[in-house]
Write a new protein. Structure first.
Length: 331
């Protein structure tokens, strides 16, 4: 039985069928030379174990690059040592975070090779890259005042104005990611018995419900009324693309890329910095809430982070303090 992949608009879907593995997933020569167990491990890891298509793509690229290096240095898979893997990373160009991602991919794949008895030990297990600690995220910052100005700048003469205002308001008032906002269905804007909520499918398959504040509820209702979307099936997309230039919504959902492009257009029209992205609203919400004394745990849950250290990367209070300090240098 051969494992293969089928691609769809929703991403890569794993299926079992009689046929060959697509060329994208073909094993490199070193794996083929190592025998059937190694080939099985390759398909098991990249097609069976990695469910997230983005992780699969990143890990596949990293491991392939390593095997190109192996071939270029005439090294054999069973004879790899930690020293050889360490030399690969010494020679590898790129940032420390990029090297850490590559090491994680190689280490995880070699774990499967050990489990399938292709290797006795994982040669990447004891390898370390340089230390890297981020105290602040790289997401461009948007202030509360800029966010208010962006919302106020949107004209409501056509349906897409109501749609764009609602999308941006959801980004601001729920701190959700653009991809999660794009996936919303009509049924995800619902009452939970006491209040209206938006139910998101977030990164990592997390399902979360975020309460809808009163102004966001009105923005959403105005969009639904003006677009006629409210009368559609509950399984239909909440936010749609526009059908041509006639101001009518189509039946197709906006994608995460569509949301990003729309935000950029609105930023340009409002005269705001174009470096801002939909992710900037998450940093804005986190910083604003923390400045008001909201506990870090509550902000962490709003942002859907498993680790509080990730939430701290969105906290821009440290930048503001640092600027105040350097302004006082008397030189």
């Amino acid at each position: 039985m051969t494992v293969s992949m089928q691609e769809s608009q929703a991403g890569a879907v794993v299926v079992l069928e009689n046929g060959s593995v697509p060329s994208r997933y073909e094993a490199p020569a070193s794996i083929l030379a190592a025998g059937g167990a190694a080939q099985y491990a390759w398909e098991e890891f990249f097609i069976g174990k990695l469910a997230n298509p983005h992780t699969r793509t990143a890990y596949l690229r990293a491991v392939r690059r390593f095997f190109v290096w192996i071939a270029g240095n005439s090294l054999e898979l069973p004879r790899l040592t930690p020293g050889m893997v360490g030399r690969y990373f010494d020679e590898m160009p790129g940032s420390i975070p990029s090297k850490k991602l590559h090491l994680a991919a190689i280490r995880a794949f070699f774990d499967v090779l050990v489990q399938r008895h292709v290797l006795v030990l994982n040669p990447a297990l004891s390898v370390r890259t340089e230390r890297y600690a981020a105290t602040e995220g790289r997401t461009p910052e948007i202030t509360v005042e800029q966010s208010r100005a962006l919302l106020a700048s949107i004209d409501l003469e056509a349906v897409f104005g109501f749609r764009d205002r609602a999308v941006i308001a959801v980004l601001i008032y729920t701190a959700a990611r653009a991809g999660a906002v794009a996936k919303l269905r009509l049924k995800d804007f619902t009452q939970d018995g006491s209040q209206f909520v938006l139910r998101f499918m977030e990164k990592g398959g997390k399902a979360r419900s975020i309460p809808v504040r009163h102004d966001l509820e009105e923005f959403l209702r105005s969009y639904l009324r003006s677009s006629g979307v409210e009368s559609d099936s509950l399984d239909s997309p909440l936010f749609r693309t526009m059908a041509g230039r006639n101001g009518v919504t189509s039946k197709w959902p906006m994608s995460g890329v569509d949301v990003c492009r729309m935000v950029k257009r609105r930023l340009k029209a409002a005269g705001l910095p174009l470096g801002i992205s939909p992710h900037s609203f998450r940093a804005c919400a986190a910083t604003d809430l923390l400045l008001q004394g909201i506990p870090l745990d509550d902000v962490q849950y709003l942002l859907g982070h498993a680790d509080a250290r990730t939430t701290r990367l969105y906290d821009r209070r440290q930048r503001q303090v640092t600027r105040n300090i350097v302004e006082r240098i008397s030189v």
